[in-house]
Write a protein that binds this ligand. Structure first.
Ligand code: FAD
Ligand code: SIN
Length: 519
């Protein structure tokens, strides 16, 4: 089956939806998304979106905070562009219908998070992402040019490779012609021909055993582009959020927003002693890489499975009003955050690296844009500043949309692309093998490529991953396509890239921390 569209969008989080709203006046837009339309990392964002709105703050301060968190390797031009655009793009989000909390004087109630020198985080209680996703979906539903194909899984992007031509990383003009997409309702693979394609497929938290990300976060976009020989950068920088709720057996892990520390929450040991002063003079509000490493270290020294976040000294009603969802969730497992310490552990949270793009969101493959968490723009450097991710997504959706609209009239469809060939494939005899391999990938990454790494651990990780890669490729060639099989393949790919990039970086920098003492 074949389908044609002007703008193909893979992913329905903040990146894909905001881009759709921008390009829709100029042609037919098809958003494909592999689960329910709202399921995304966006939906679970808690703390909020960073932006400079009032004179008490300045672009320069936000720029400096971003550069400091990024540990010297942010692309400063990109940082300046994203932050000076923050006011206009956030106002657009508000025009599309997103509501952010205001104080009694009618001004936005700005929160503070780690690494920020000012209060500048717009939020909707502690469910900011849910509100943004709601507003964007509502606006998208009203637009006659936009269709959402939910439960449609992108398998691979289409390039000259599918015309039988050799494509490698040195091929000068790789082009994207759309994607092969599995319709999960009919189990048929559709060839979607597109004039331009946007990858907005989010992160890959499930490459680790413990993550704050929903199950859709399996690195599909990065992996598809890597297979198509597009450029991928910065994957050694996987961000662990310092404070996910310690609740053994629960997956994904529930996040305890950094805004709770911004509100006055203090990290403590099991004995109730503060420890962050030993690591950074910003204490519990130091940038994430530092706090996550400190917690990891304290857990290793003490042998305990978690540390505590203490909010018991804070105004009870204000705490509940600001964080109703966190309050409710903790209460559901017997923790009253106004009276009890909250047990917390770091969990994989955000992919700072991704598909390399320029300031227009263009990837190294012609007619393929990438924005949001799956992209690598240069904004985050070696460590993302809290709440800069939703901001990056809306700034780049604008940049990419402007460019795609301009390019569209000169682009046609590549009709020669053949239909998907499923010959010689069969249903797998044992799906359990896929589950077991997934657990192995996650445990390799957690044990050897986590918060603290070493040369020996990275080599071990690569050797073990190679076995899984070979097994899975053999299985892939003879097995009927399913999301589970593709996601495992993609996660193995992403794990491989993270390890390769980590091995190539011969220094500790931001989130990539090497300690060879125990080698
Ligand atoms: P996503 O929102 O993850 O959307 C990706 C989409 O792609 C999904 O619809 C998914 O189903 C689809 N998809 C993926 N693969 C395929 C495929 N093969 N075929 C079809 N569809 C596919 N950032 C902040 O700035 N502030 C915060 O307060 C904040 N809090 C967070 C809290 C949590 C718990 C988490 C997990 C993240 C948080 N982040 C926060 C990070 C931020 O939410 C994400 O980086 C951002 O929402 C990513 O948006 P996106 O549109 O790029 O991707
Ligand atoms: C949080 O609320 O702590 C998450 C913020 C982010 O990931 O930027």
């Amino acid at each position: 089956m074949r389908k044609r569209t002007d703008f193909l969008i893979i992913g329905s989080g903040i990146a894909g939806l905001s881009y759709a709203l921008k390009v829709a006046k100029h042609g037919k837009v098809s958003i494909i998304t592999k689960s329910d339309e709202s399921e995304s990392n966006t939906k679970y964002a808690q703390g909020g979106i960073a932006a400079v709105l009032y004179d008490t703050d300045s672009y320069e301060k936000h720029i400096q905070d971003t550069l400091i968190a990024g540990d010297g390797i942010c692309d400063e031009e990109v940082v300046r562009m994203v932050i000076t655009e923050s006011t206009a793009r956030v106002n657009e989000l508000i025009e599309w219908g997103a509501n952010f909390d205001k104080n009694e004087s009618g001004e936005f109630d700005l929160a503070k998070e780690g690494g920020h020198s000012e209060h500048r985080i717009l939020h909707h209680k502690d469910i900011t992402g849910y509100e943004i996703e709601r507003a964007l979906l509502q606006a998208v539903h009203k637009h006659p040019n936009i269709e959402i194909l939910d439960h449609h899984f992108a398998i691979d992007i289409l390039t000259q490779h599918h015309l039988g031509k050799e494509v490698n990383s040195r091929t000068p003009n790789i082009e994207c012609f759309g994607a092969y997409v599995l319709d999960l309702k009919t189990n048929k693979i559709i060839t979607i021909l597109a004039k331009t394609t946007l990858m907005a497929s989010g992160g890959a938290g499930h490459v680790y055993s413990t993550t704050t990300n929903p199950t859709i976060a399996t690195g599909d976009g990065v992996s598809m582009v890597y297979r198509a020989k597009g450029k991928v950068e910065g994957m050694e920088f996987y961000q662990f959020h310092p404070t996910s709720l310690y609740n053994p057996g629960e997956s994904p892990s529930f996040l305890i927003s950094e805004a709770v520390r911004g509100f006055g929450g203090i990290l403590k040991t099991i004995e109730g002693k503060e420890f962050m002063h030993k690591y950074d003079n910003r204490k519990s509000l130091a940038p994430r890489d530092i706090v996550a490493r400190a917690i990891d270290n304290e857990m290793k020294i003490s042998g305990n499975d978690f540390m505590y976040l203490d909010c018991t000294h804070l105004n009870k009603q204000a705490l509940i009003d600001h964080f109703p969802n966190i309050y409710k969730k903790c209460l559901s497992i017997g923790i009253d955050i106004t009276k009890d310490f909250i047990p917390v552990v770091p969990a994989a949270h955000y992919m700072c690296g991704g598909i390399k793009v320029d300031k227009q969101g263009k990837s190294s493959i012609n007619k393929l844009y990438a924005i949001g968490e799956c992209s690598h723009t240069g904004l985050h450097g070696a460590n993302r500043l809290a709440s800069n991710s939703l901001l990056e997504a809306i700034v780049y959706s604008h940049q990419a949309a402007m460019n795609a609209i301009q390019q569209l009239p000169s682009i046609g469809y590549c009709e020669q692309i053949p239909e998907w060939n499923a010959e010689g494939t069969n249903h797998p005899e044992e799906m359990i093998l896929l589950t077991q391999s997934l657990r192995e990938v996650q445990s390799i990454m957690t044990n050897y490529v986590g918060i603290v790494r070493s040369d020996i651990r990275l080599k071990r990780a690569l050797d073990r991953l190679n076995i899984l890669y070979n097994e899975n490729e053999a299985l892939y060639l003879k097995t009927t396509i399913s999301p589970k099989l593709c996601e495992l393949r993609n996660l193995i790919n992403v794990a491989y890239i993270i390890i390769k990039h980590a091995i190539a970086r011969k220094e500790s920098r931001g989130l990539h921390y090497i300690n060879n003492i125990n080698n």
